[in-house]
Write a protein that binds this ligand. Structure first.
Ligand SMILES: *[C@@H]1O[C@H](CO)[C@@H](O)[C@H](O)[C@H]1NC(C)=O
Ligand SMILES: *[C@@H]1O[C@H](CO)[C@@H](O)[C@H](O)[C@H]1NC(C)=O
Length: 297
């Protein structure tokens, strides 16, 4: 092979690349696997989740009206996503935060094990302590009394002990009427910081081992049964997606083609399925490349 051949082969390869990588819906976002109901962006996954979960720069993000939070993991078996809040305090650092809230109409609720502790609330002005009798904060309805041991563990963390506020102001936030729209507006509550823990890793007195962040359950239908059409699509290496005015299900196949079933028999496309412009474009370019190839010999 002379240099020209190599150049041409390279050119062909470059032209073929868009064909190979034309599956629009991603199967991973960074290290996190994307499966139903999550997609990396518009048109992928379940339409009801698109607003809340998106992939930006290889980082999966959970969005509510209070902000955007990195998704650290997804447990598809138990239908839980784990999110962290960059403004949250942990055993390793404290920082000011505005709080964390879920949207009332979002398909997410807090997993029971997730515990929130408010730190550094104003004893004078926080509505949490309004009911405290003579400044005695051990009997405040919005704080869980059983949280005292948790608070003392938290106070063994150096950054938290350095907040210089009495441990009695640490409030394990547990308002009874949490409702589906969990609101933790720290400005309203007159607290400067909070921490969230989703697992104590069986070491309640060793906060350095705790898992900080929030665990959220998600729900995509009444029984949370995986839709059959979607598992068939995923089994055939497709990604569950949707398109059209009515957000109808489509299976986005590795070749870039969408089918209404799965990717096993791409020859049985429904008549509505056509080549993508990219697909057509690639063929045009390849034909052009072949022409160039042919002319040069
Ligand atoms: C397939 O579906 C995805 C997701 O809805 C969309 O972005 C893409 O344009 C569709 N491709 C074709 C060929 O229709
Ligand atoms: C604070 O209130 C709790 C519960 O009502 C009570 O047991 C405790 O003695 C009180 N502490 C002080 C310092 O008054």
């Amino acid at each position: 092979m002379n240099k020209d051949h190599i150049r041409l082969a390279f050119l062909l390869l470059v032209l073929l690349l868009p064909l190979i990588r034309s599956q629009v819906c991603q199967r991973f976002c960074g290290d996190i696997q994307l499966r139903y109901p999550f997609g990396g962006g518009p048109g992928c996954g379940d339409p009801r989740f698109t607003k809340y979960i998106s992939c930006n720069d290889r980082m999966l993000t959970f969005t509510t009206h209070t902000g955007s939070y990195p998704v650290t993991n997804i447990d598809y078996t138990n239908k839980i996503i784990y999110v962290s809040d960059p403004s949250m305090s942990t055993c390793f650092c404290t920082q000011p935060s505005k709080g964390f809230s879920l949207d009332w109409d979002a398909p997410f609720t807090f997993q029971d094990g997730t515990v929130f502790a408010l730190l550094d609330c104003s004893l004078d002005s926080s509505p949490i302590y309004k009911g405290a009798i003579n400044g005695n904060t051990s009997d405040v309805p919005q704080c869980d009394n059983a949280g005292t041991t948790l608070c003392s563990s938290l106070y063994s963390c150096q950054p938290i002990s350095q907040l210089n506020v009495p441990i009695s102001t640490c409030c394990v936030y547990a308002p009874v009427d949490l409702g589906p729209a969990f609101q933790m507006d720290l400005q309203k509550l007159q607290c400067k910081a909070y921490t969230a823990v989703y697992s104590f890793e069986s070491q309640e007195t060793n906060p350095e081992a705790w898992k900080f962040g929030a665990a959220l359950k998600y729900k995509f239908n009444v029984n949370n049964d995986y839709p059959i059409y979607c598992s068939n699509c995923e089994k055939s290496n497709g990604v569950c997606a949707y398109s059209g005015t009515y957000n109808n299900f489509v299976c986005n196949c590795p070749s870039g083609v969408n089918t209404t079933t799965d990717c096993y028999f791409q020859n049985t496309w429904s008549s509505g399925v056509i080549f993508s412009p990219l697909f057509k474009g690639s063929w045009l370019l390849i034909s052009a490349a072949l022409l160039v190839f042919w002319i040069s010999f």
